[in-house]
Each structure stands twice: as structure tokens, then as C-alpha cells.
Design a protein around this ligand. Sequence first.
Ligand SMILES: [Zn+2]
Length: 393
Amino acid sequence: MVEVYSKALKKSVSVDRVLFEIEGKKKGATIVFFAGVHGNEPAGIFALESVLGQLKKSYVKGNIYAISGNLKALKEGKRYINEDLNRLWSEAQIKRTLQTHSIVSEHQEQKEIFNLLNSIIAKNKGPFYFIDLHTTSSKTLPFITINDAIINRKFSEQFPVPIVLGIEEYLHGPLLSYINTLGYVSLGFESGQHDNKSAIGNCIAFINLVLKNTNVVPHLDSKKHFKTLQIATQYLSDFFEIAYLHRIENNDNFDILPAFKSFETIKKGELIAKHNNKEIVARYRGRIFMPLYQKSGNEGFFLIKKIPRFFLKLSMCLRTIKADRIFVFMPGISWHNKEKGILKVNLKIAKYYAKSIFHLLGYRSKETDQTYLFVTNRERVSKTKNYVKEPWF
Ligand SMILES: [Zn+2]
């Protein structure tokens, strides 16, 4: 047990790895919530306590699990102790964590979460929903982040909040990307600023909507929760794409101008930050996203752009007919691993292909070696069939 303190509520709660495990009397989907993967983001823990702590088991159709993330960091109120637990979920790192004995505290946490995940997946039939609850250092509208798979898009659309695609290209090893490689619906929800009371309120509304939209608590009256999020997001519920990330290194001097709010519109050429005493201006017009107002973290800020509806529809159609098969007939492109949906693109030729072509067909660039750029498709591994009977599909 560790004690987690909420500055917003000025109270503590004692938690274990498993916050809740609720088995319904009737069959249904399995939801797995994560909270506190970052230790300075306790809002999700308190929101889960509030919603699931009061939930009557007889209302539940399916199973609900709630898992706490970085326990040691939660206790200390820090993002992490040695390493960011939300950057450790690459295939290679998981292997290292499981095979070696490490003194890094997060490797121990990762091992426990990994084993717990496996046991939940083995024990239940699905369909599975994985929801990771976070908050941000800046002020923000609540929003969803997803890896760009059709099942994620369709499920996210049920919530009245903006949805940001493509973060997987910029972050290495977030937990949800790993779960996506297993083919399940998984989405991240950022409910507000770390220690703001409304971050807990928005998170409570979101958890209720998850219970409703998955039909795990079918009789829940979700109208007021829907309204809460509509108001908090100022009725913004479009899809956005990451257009740019300003990266920073651990010992860099990074001073972002005060009071940017995530989703705020930025003009081309607008001064955003000073990075190692150099002025950083916006390269183009867009919206600033997740500006960094805390010491730890390597993402200074993102710029995002709205994705036109037409583009979203087109990409749905092209993916349904598996139009990506034509890629391997194009110069410099071949399968690296067809089953996992990974193409390799010769680097000498990659620059002639527009990134948006890959995005359209569901491919996101992941890694490069000396000769190739590897792009990964989420559709080929998605367990879409498991979800076709779900009410939202
Ligand atoms: Zn976080």
C-alpha cells in the first residue's frame, strides 16, 4: 500500500497495484483503466475511487479493472523515480525488463504491470478496452490521444472531446502503443492540469461515459457527464494530427512563455519559448499542444492541425479495402514483417513519398536504421472482428 495525495482535494488515499477488480454477474466487455502511470498525476486515481467505489456490482455487465501505474512515484508525487514508466514499452525494453534484474524502480513496476495485464487478458474473453488516465502540466481542454487504428477512432468518436492522432510517431514506448500492438482498443485521456480540481471532475465524467459506451454499465444515465465534457472542451470535438514536436534534452535550458493553454491557436512566427537561449518561433499556424511547464519531460511542445473530415472518410475507405497492398509495388518499398504490418522504405527514396500518403493508409513511421525507414500499420494487427458487435461500431 502507498499513500497518494491530491493537492486539488487536499486529501490522501491508500492504494495498491490493483485499485479495483469488479466482476459483473452478466457477461460483457472487459475494461482496464490505468491511473498514475506518471506519479505526479493522481487525478485518475481519485476519479476512479469516486466512480468505481460507488458502483453497484449488480449493474455491471462484464468486468472492470483499475490498475495504478508508478506506485513509488505516486507516493512521492513525482513524474517518475529513475525512468519514465510511460516510455518503457518498446518490444526491446520489455524483453530487457523481463530478463534482467534491474535496480531501476520503474523496471520493477513494469514487470508487475506486464504480468497483471497478461493475466487479465488470459482470464477474460473480451472485447477489451484499455484506458490510460493522465493530466498535463499546462492548462488544457480535456482530450483523447490514440494510435491511429480504425477501432480506436470509432470508439473515441463516442466522446465529446478533441482527439489527437499520431502521437505514436513522436513518443518512444508509451504503454498504449504496446497494447495497440496486441490489437485492442486503447485510448489515453488527458483530463486537465495536474492539480486542478476540474481535472478530477472531467475524469469522473469520462470514466462514466466509458462504462456507458462499452455497455458495461448499460443503465447508467450519462447525459450530465456528456454535458460536463462538452462544456469543458468548449464544444471542440474534431480530430487533430501532430504536425511538429519540439524536443528537449535532459539538461537543456527550456523556458516556455507563460500561460499557453493546450489547443490555443498560434500564429506563424509567434514566439513560443527560449531553448538554450535561442528564440523558438512557430514554424506555421496551428494549435499549440501539451506545452511543457514542468522540469521533467523531453517534449517541449507540439503543434497540431485539424484533420479535414474528407481525409478521415477517405482513409477509412482505403483501409477497409486494404489499399496499402499497392505499397509493395512502389519503388523502394517492401514488407519488413507482413503479419505485424511493418513496411520498410529505402531511405534514399523515402523523401520522395509524402508522409500523408502513409498516414492515409494507417502507417506511422517508427524507427530507422542506416538503410531503411520502418513504418507500421495498426490495422493489420487490430482485432477489429472482436468489436463489430459492439454498440458503437
Ligand atoms: Zn502523463
